[in-house]
Design a protein around this ligand. Sequence first.
Ligand SMILES: Cc1cc2nc3c(=O)[nH]c(=O)nc-3n(C[C@H](O)[C@H](O)[C@H](O)COP(=O)(O)OP(=O)(O)OC[C@H]3O[C@@H](n4cnc5c(N)ncnc54)[C@H](O)[C@@H]3O)c2cc1C
Length: 303
Amino acid sequence: MSELSVFQRNISAFFPEIELRFDELLARHTSFRIGGGAEVMAFPQNANELSALLKKSALLDWKFAILGAGTNVLAPDEGVQGLVICLKDCLDGMRQTDETHIQVMAGVTMSRAAVFAANLGLAGMEFAHGIPGTVGGGVYMNAGAYGGEISDICESVQVMDYSGEVKTLSRDQMDFSYRHSCLEGQNAVVVSAVFGLIPGSSDEIRRKMKDFQQRRMASQPLDLPSAGSAFKRPSGGYAAALIDQAGLKGYRIGGAAISEKHAGFAVNLGGATAADVKALLDRVSETVHNSTGILLEPEIRIW
Ligand SMILES: Cc1cc2nc3c(=O)[nH]c(=O)nc-3n(C[C@H](O)[C@H](O)[C@H](O)COP(=O)(O)OP(=O)(O)OC[C@H]3O[C@@H](n4cnc5c(N)ncnc54)[C@H](O)[C@@H]3O)c2cc1C
């Protein structure tokens, strides 16, 4: 094993009780299966451990990034210096708070939360069932599908700032818009969210979730690593249709390609690098812009 860096030695001395992994491949934690090593990856099991990590990072000026399920991130080939705090399956737990509300911790996947709501006979979260990210990532991104989005159901969000303080933001304060929340560019981590739902029949809710899942399976390249829709929906069109019309279905750079099945997805055909994906997105955006004047912006978060 190679010698530990000063940072790796320091952080393990400060936090002997927190699960830490050194030089952990980001490719193991991103749905694109791309990304070099994180100098340190931490897996806090509760809000106290997260708070301790955030406070120490602020105090000692450590660089860090937050990762949910990694389903919307393109991680760099050269890896990440400093700390990556991984929340999927870490900040865990969900509960019904009253007849129509559930509170879900940030590390729970949206699919699990949707099934929980369905089992309680609460409707409104069906759209989130097939979105493979965590509730934390979904709130941060205002994830959505099939006519629903997180902002429709999210009543409040508990966030932790980088001094470890927790506060509650209302839906209005979250300033949700298309694939955006106020958390972008802010020093805050989603700890949990409260969703307001409507009483309904569990069977009907499950039927709707199954229908959405079948539509996904029929239209999306779920057999290949990707990060979902590569581009945001531009005003005046759909990214997939514009890419298709530009003749770019199947267009390939290195191991990355525009899916033959769904032109809105960039996929990893095997061995793709982050550089391949970035070059592909740039080329597609440029080609569509030249032919239509419409600028496609990546939906994928490029680290
Ligand atoms: C096959 C496939 C299908 C998809 N379909 C959809 C879809 O239908 N609709 C849709 O909207 N998206 C879709 N996505 C994209 C993705 O699943 C969503 O954007 C999801 O919300 C990302 O959640 P995550 O936990 O994976 O976040 P990550 O990818 O880990 O992170 C995304 C961003 O959120 C930040 N973040 C993550 N957790 C937190 C937290 N707790 N607090 C603060 N910031 C945080 C990260 O720093 C990063 O900037 C799809 C992806 C795939 C691979």
